[in-house]
Design a protein. Sequence first.
Length: 186
Amino acid sequence: MKKLQTERLFLRPITTHDSVRIEELAGDFDVAKSTLNIPHPYPEGSSIQFIESILSAERNNNIIMFGITEKELNLLIGLINLNLSKSYNRGELAYWVGKQYWGRGYGTEATKALLEYGFNYLNLNKIFAASFTSNPGSWRILEKVGLKYEGTLRQHVARFGQFYDLAYYGLLKEEFDKESSDEGRF
């Protein structure tokens, strides 16, 4: 897998060496509650199994995942991935960033790089993402990078005993290509 680079970040393959850092960052309740899949409390030692399952899924071309690493400190600050659907030539974008790194634009920067990778290297036709409507930090990133609002599924998921609405956003390759050439965005 390729390593991606932005102004402030490296997006690199994850390894089992990232397990302690993943548990440290994902173990924060505010991070866990912003996702559909991070357990809370995060079970000690379970990130090894998570990483091994991701590496297996990558070998089967079902997912592409990168560790988001701050260049300056060479420190893992989050994860970003595309769940791939070969049948439909699309990818579902998902990401999280450690709470102490929120509000610094890292999510936006990493998402732009992954969109470019998904469309230009993986040649996907569509990239889409879902966000809790109650998590404006997440859906604002999607809007900033050009994904278009496609609709809301009401009370579509339950998390920690409460139902949540999911807002869906998507971007087509033809839209990405047009925005890239028109605005020099990417």
